[in-house]
Structure formats: structure tokens, C-alpha cells
Design a protein around this ligand. Structure first.
Ligand code: BG6
Length: 484
């Protein structure tokens, strides 16, 4: 690993994302020994006029509970944080920031080392271009001893293909692709990272993972709360831009892509791009959008809002492996549970000889990967019902992480991704061409919704979403399975 001075600069330090995700992730990395006090310094930058101590007080409350581990080191960690106040297009602010970083580097580099500068933009994308220009102009690593400058950006990367491309061109004119880390935090989740291992290290799955054996695949995200204070942001974007076009599509890539040449980030991302390029234009017959009742009561949401808070969208991949298999992407807010999972449903057994035993058709095999909560993988399968009769039932083979890996702490997505950035590993970040194809897939549908040509169906908060979505699922071939 590289050594030398490491400066982590959190821009938008007083905002929600920084408080809830970025600083807690840094704290967890610190207490696990990944950030060394003699090398690292953390800078918060924002427009709010506050002191170092005020920033520390603001974030302290968010740092205590992660992993339930000891907080004895907390004061030392907080002392590593300095605050610089300034605007997002202010020469003066960024000069000051550079001065603060350089002073820190000067003091720590007395023993020699490189200078590493990681800028984390916990900011709305509208200010990315100006902030990036300022970083480029004033704050790049200047050390003769080597090192780097890296920029971490958060979605939403634009609102459609054109705006995203415009942003990519702007950022691309300032930084190399190697310096840009586009975070999709779903790529940092344990069971998402497990997908490659699962698919390509198990002989079980290799011959089954295709259209000959799989009937349909669902990738589902549910939340049991509404937009809660984020109505303003959400109403502008909606569930497809917020969850499906990025988080669920990234998961789809890992489920559907071909085996990469190696684990090198470029090899993996090449395969992800290929599978996205094979997605056919979305058929509007295979889309259901919904909006929960009461959504428009939020004062930050327009009374006439056509924004979906729920969507089921079927994607079809036109290649040898997946022709004819529906990939059902479903996401919703204010539903009956909080869960994210992948459900791979296999085809019926041909020539079923057990159909008369129980008087019912055999249940289908289904392989479920639960990303959260309580990470697990389980396989639904048919077994003989224990007892004297020859009857069959559906049961489960279950790998629940909490039971199997007792005592192992599963890292937070952000922790992992920040560490990857420090290490320069771009495997779990979205490449520019990947982003472009992702927008190509969804832009026509998004425009149709924005233009009011597709209207969201109402659903009750706390429900499964609009009943039409279940009908669409059935039509796509999904069969409800039961296990006990
Ligand atoms: C974010 C979305 O990207 O992901 C939020 O903007 C959503 O709307 C969140 O709540 C869900 O993340 P997680 O990790 O809790 O599933």
C-alpha cells in the first residue's frame, strides 16, 4: 500500500449525506486501522459558517453506534477533522482549502512521502462542474514526490442521457477517467460483491444460469417509508432515477453479464457494458408506475406531481444467454416492508411424475439472494413431505449470514467504497460508458413519464404497491412460491 500524507476532503460537509454516510464511514475505517493518524487529515468544506468544533459536534452524534464497537478513539478521530468555509464557486474558498491541505502535507511530509488528495463531493450534482473546476484550478496534488488527486461523485449523474452526457463531458475535460470515482453504493454491499464469486466459482450455477433453465429474474427494492424530508429532491427525480436506473441496473449487470477475462476492474466493467448494450428498448406494456397516496401532501412536492414513487419495469436482454427471460426490476417507497433481493426463478420440471402425489403442481425452484436486511441466500426446492405418505412440499436450504458468520461484521457499503478509492481500485465504481448506456435504456421511458403520457397509479402506503404490478409479474411468468 502507498504511504504518505492522505487528505480526505468532504465537500458539503454539513449536509445529510456527509453526516449520515461519509463521516461515519471514515470513522469506521479509522477505528479499524485503515486510516492512520500520522498520515491522514480530514477536511470538511461547506458554505455554512461554523468552527472546527461546531462541525465535530454536528457529526459526533452520527459516529457512535456503527458496529457497536468501542468509541474510545472518537476524540482522536474528531481531532483529525478541520473545517474550511467557502462557496462552491469561490476562488478564495478553494485557495484557503488548498492552503489548509498543503500545510497539513507540509507538516506530515517531513518524513517524506507522497501527497494523496481525495475529494468527496457530498453535494447536489448541479454544483459538480463549478466545484470540479475549482479543485482543478487550486487544489490538485502538487507534490514532487508523487501521489494523486481523486474525485468521488454521487448520483444522480444527470436527469437523462443528454444532461448526463453534458456532465460527463464537463468532468471529463477536467479529470481523467482514472481520477473519477462514480459511487453507486449498491456496488459496495456484501451480497452484491458476492455475485461474481457465486456465479463464477460454483460449478452448480454455471450450467443452469441461462434461458434454458431460468424462467424469470426479479430484482426488487422496497422501502417501508416515504420520501420523508427529501420530497423536494425526490419529486424532481422519481423512483426510476433514484433506484432503478442505477442501483437495480448495476445488480442486473452482475447477475446477467458473461464471465470477465479476469478480476481486473476494466475486464469486469467491459462485461457490464456489453450486457447493458444488449438490453432491448423498454416496452411500455411492460411497465407499471405508481404513486403512494399522501405523497403530494408533502409541501415540497408539487400538487400536480406525476412523479412515480413505485415502478415495475421489465428489461429484456437480447443475447444467447438471456433471450426470452424477463428481468423484472421493481422498486417502491412506502410499501409494506424494507427489503432488497434478487429472485431467480427456474422453469418447471419437465415430465413431472409427482403431480398426483399432493394434488397440486410442484412448486418452482427459486434461488433468492437477500441483499438486506439480514443478508442471506436461500434456495427453494421441492422435497418429500416427511411422514408415511408420498407427498411433496416446498422447503428451503438457507444460508443466513448472521447465523453462519457469527461475530463477523459486515462492512457498510460506503466504508468499502471509500477504502477502494484510497487504494485506487475502480472495480466497484461506474465507468463513463456504463453510465451512458444505463441512461440510454431509461431515457425514453423517463421522458414519457415527465411528459405526463404515463400516469402513476395510486397505491396505499404500507401496501404491496399497485395491484397491476402483480398482474404484470404473473404475465411475465412469475409464479408465487411458498416454503415451509
Ligand atoms: C439512495 C436513494 O441512493 O438509496 C434513497 O437516494 C434510498 O432514496 C437509498 O433510500 C437506499 O439505500 P439502502 O442502502 O438503504 O438500501
Amino acid at each position: 500500500p502507498e504511504t504518505g500524507c492522505l487528505s480526505i476532503i468532504v465537500l458539503g460537509a454539513s449536509g445529510d449525506l456527509a453526516k449520515k454516510k461519509t463521516f461515519p464511514a471514515l470513522w469506521n475505517l479509522y477505528r479499524q486501522g485503515f486510516l492512520q493518524s500520522n498520515e491522514v487529515h480530514i477536511f470538511g468544506y461547506a458554505r455554512t459558517k461554523i468552527s472546527d468544533d461546531e462541525l465535530r459536534d454536528r457529526i459526533r452524534g452520527y459516529l457512535v453506534d456503527g458496529h457497536g464497537a468501542s468509541t474510545d478513539d472518537l476524540p482522536q478521530f474528531l481531532q483529525l477533522i478541520k473545517y474550511v468555509n467557502g462557496g462552491y464557486d469561490s476562488d478564495e474558498g478553494f485557495r484557503l482549502l488548498d492552503k489548509a491541505i498543503s500545510e497539513h502535507e507540509f507538516s506530515k511530509n517531513s518524513q517524506e512521502g507522497t501527497s494523496r488528495r481525495l475529494f468527496y463531493l457530498a453535494l447536489p450534482p448541479s454544483v459538480y462542474p463549478s466545484v470540479c473546476k475549482m479543485i482543478r484550478k487550486f487544489c490538485m496534488n502538487k507534490s514532487d514526490l508523487g501521489g494523486w488527486t481523486r474525485i468521488v461523485v454521487e448520483k444522480p449523474f444527470g436527469k437523462d442521457l443528454d444532461t448526463s452526457e453534458e456532465l460527463s463531458i464537463q468532468l471529463g475535460s477536467l479529470f481523467d477517467e482514472k481520477q473519477l470515482y462514480r459511487i453507486d453504493h449498491y456496488l459496495g454491499k456484501e451480497l452484491v460483491q458476492n455475485l461474481l464469486v457465486l456465479r463464477f466459482a460454483n460449478r452448480f450455477f454455471l450450467p443452469l444460469w441461462n434461458r434454458d433453465n431460468i424462467d424469470n429474474i426479479q430484482i426488487v427494492f422496497r422501502e417501508d417509508f416515504g420520501t420523508e424530508g427529501r420530497g423536494g429532491y425526490f419529486d424532481e427525480y422519481g423512483i426510476i432515477r433514484d433506484i432503478i436506473q442505477n442501483h437495480l441496473l448495476q445488480v442486473l449487470c452482475l447477475v446477467a453479464m458473461e464471465k470477465p477475462v479476469s478480476l481486473r476492474p476494466e475486464h469486469i466493467r467491459d462485461e457490464k457494458v456489453k450486457v447493458l448494450q444488449s438490453v432491448l428498448p423498454i416496452s411500455y406494456e411492460e411497465v407499471v408506475i405508481g404513486q403512494y397516496e399522501g405523497y403530494k401532501d408533502d409541501p415540497t412536492v408539487s400538487d400536480k406531481s406525476n412523479t412515480p414513487t413505485f415502478a415495475t419495469v421489465i428489461l429484456r436482454i437480447h443475447n444467447e444467454r438471456w433471450e426470452g427471460v424477463p428481468f423484472i426490476l421493481k422498486a417502491g417507497k412506502a410499501l409494506n416492508s424494507r427489503k432488497a433481493e434478487i429472485r431467480v426463478q427456474f422453469k418447471d420440471v419437465p415430465g413431472d411424475i409427482f403431480r398426483f402425489c399432493s394434488g397440486v403442481k410442484q412448486g418452482r425452484n427459486e434461488f433468492v439472494i437477500r441483499l438486506q436486511p439480514s443478508e442471506a441466500m436461500y434456495m427453494k426446492l421441492t422435497v418429500k413431505k416427511p411422514g408415511l405418505e408420498m407427498a411433496t412440499i416446498q422447503s428451503e436450504m438457507d444460508l443466513s449470514y448472521r447465523q453462519r458468520y457469527q461475530g463477523v461484521t459486515i462492512p457498510e457499503a460506503y466504508e468499502r467504497l471509500i477504502l477502494d478509492t484510497i487504494r485506487g481500485d475502480q472495480q466497484h465504481f461506474v465507468r463513463r460508458d456504463e453510465l451512458k448506456v444505463a441512461w440510454e435504456i431509461f431515457t425514453p421511458l423517463l421522458h414519457k413519464i415527465d411528459d405526463g403520457e404515463l400516469k402513476p397509479l395510486p397505491y396505499k402506503p404500507g401496501s404491496r404497491g399497485p395491484a397491476e404490478a402483480d398482474k404484470l409479474l404473473e404475465k411475465a411468468g412469475y409464479v408465487q412460491t411458498h416454503g415451509y
